[in-house]
Design a protein around this ligand. Structure first.
Ligand code: NAG
Length: 314
């Protein structure tokens, strides 16, 4: 470090005065030093890939009493005291999206227009994670393993998103209600780093399919009243699963399908996306080889309140 002589002498004069003054001049020296010697060769820095930040998000739109969820809700806070916790209300969601998508009218206007609660709740979870990153989880889920232990130690430096298998048909008959897919990913719990391409992809797809649904019904986005099947397709597990598969393919540079993940036993990293086996987020289901009772290696448990089926979404 080279400091010009006149700067050195001026600091030594100041040092004989008060501590405050010398601190001030030291600050000036540092600033000048940075300005002249460090800022000069402006090498563009490659942004460091972001880790998943220690944030937990839940959405509560107030369609049923919050006390219905207090037990599972507390598991997220008590097991993750190294995380921040945010419960996002309907108005809070609008404020969040206004703030983060001020320059993205393609996302901002459909979101603000949208009235149907479950469509808003689905859309909002993707936007929360795209904008700030962290874990999103529905109110009817309980945390059974602290989030800091979700990623196996050897994979931590590379993991930028976490998804769980919800449905894995394997050699079984297709399970009713799974939209004819052989594999579906949970959309009640998910995690990502800020700005992860998976969240951008699903958010953009949701916008596209909201416009398509509105056209199909000859309605505005504001007046949409979709069927359960349409919800699943337009903002829910179907569109989510498609985005996950595409992102897995892009992240690995290979063509990913259920074949790569069926019967998965261990959390497995594909590119920077960690895929959890069925019990990760999907324990207790009557299909997919999920552990129904007893000891499952469950990260989070879905309690299947299914309030969304009445259009509520929490
Ligand atoms: C996924 O499976 C396909 C074959 O179905 C294979 O070509 C591809 O390499 C696999 N991808 C990874 C990351 O294992």
């Amino acid at each position: 470090m080279i400091i010009p002589h006149h700067l050195l002498s001026s600091t030594s004069i100041f040092r004989r005065r008060s501590i405050q003054a010398s601190l001030g001049s030291a600050l000036i020296v540092i600033l000048l030093y940075r300005f002249f010697f460090q800022a000069a060769p402006l090498v563009p820095t490659v942004p460091r890939p972001q880790e998943i930040p220690p944030k937990i998000w839940q959405i509560f739109f107030g369609y049923s009493p919050l006390s219905d969820f207090s037990d599972p809700l507390q598991t997220w806070i008590s097991k993750n005291q190294d995380h921040s916790y945010t419960l996002v209300s309907n108005d809070g969601g609008n404020d969040f999206v206004r703030k983060h998508y001020a320059t993205r009218p393609d996302i901002l206007s459909p979101f603000l227009e949208l009235r149907f609660p479950i469509l808003r709740s689905d859309f909002l979870r993707y936007l929360l994670l795209e904008s700030e990153g962290g874990v999103y989880t529905d109110l009817d889920t309980a945390c059974t393993k602290p989030v800091r232990d979700w990623v196996p130690e050897g994979l931590r430096s590379q993991t930028r998103a976490i998804v769980g298998i919800e449905y894995d048909q394997r050699d079984d008959e297709p399970y009713v209600g799974m939209s004819g897919t052989r594999m579906q990913f949970c959309q009640w719990t998910m995690a990502a780093s800020k700005g992860h391409p998976l969240m951008s992809k699903v958010a953009n797809s949701v916008v596209e399919s909201l416009h398509m649904l509105a056209r199909r019904h000859g309605k505005s986005i504001r007046d949409l009243e979709p069927s359960d099947d349409e919800v699943v397709e337009v903002t829910g597990p179907v569109i989510w699963t498609r985005a996950v598969m595409e992102s897995l393919s892009e992240a690995t540079g290979t063509s990913m399908s259920y074949v790569n993940m069926t019967g998965l036993k261990e959390p497995t990293l594909f590119g920077d996306i960690l895929v959890l086996p069925i019990d990760g987020f999907g324990a207790g289901q009557p299909h997919s080889g999920s552990t129904r009772e007893g000891d499952a290696d469950a990260y989070a448990r879905h309690l299947f309140k299914g309030s969304w089926k009445h259009g509520w979404g929490g």
